[in-house]
Design a protein around this ligand. Structure first.
Ligand code: AMP
Length: 130
């Protein structure tokens, strides 16, 4: 069965899309730890990021770099933090999170719940910078 992220990349499940090309897709995390928290995935389904072959892995990182640059321009922050965990959704993904201090990368506290309108607005602001 296709992963939820494969369905998102295929447009079968809605997402707040930031950018895509033929191989990669970026969209807002639905339970962000900070506004602008974005996930970057390969469209091809692979559970564990380090099982991607070198070419697909390098392409994912380069795509994530471009998305991170757009996040930095769109969302006021000192840095864009990067995290990979992948214990919840079995489809490789990179978390990109606008941060001002290390504790902003907090996956264990309360998540934000921006309204759909706000999520749309944030996705639009970041997408504009791509
Ligand atoms: P992890 O697998 O631990 O790296 O976490 C998976 C992330 O995917 C979490 O931050 C979730 O909030 C996020 N997530 C799960 N389902 C969706 C979805 N349908 N749209 C956007 N983000 C999602």
């Amino acid at each position: 069965m296709a992963s939820i992220f494969s369905k998102i990349a295929a447009g079968e499940i809605p997402s707040y899309k930031i950018a895509e090309n033929d191989r990669y897709y970026a969209f807002l995390d639905i339970n962000p730890v900070a506004e602008g928290h974005t996930l970057v995935i390969p469209k091809r389904e692979e559970d564990y990021i380090f099982d991607l072959d070198d070419d697909e892995y390098a392409g994912l990182q380069l795509f994530a770099k471009r998305v991170a640059e757009a996040i930095k321009k769109a969302m006021p922050c000192k840095r864009v933090g990067v995290a990979v965990m992948g214990l919840e959704v079995p489809h490789a993904h990179i978390h990109l999170i606008p941060i001002n201090k290390e504790s902003d990368m907090n996956f264990f506290g309360d998540k934000l719940s921006p309204s759909p309108e706000r999520m749309k607005e944030i996705a639009g602001k970041i997408a504009e910078q791509m």
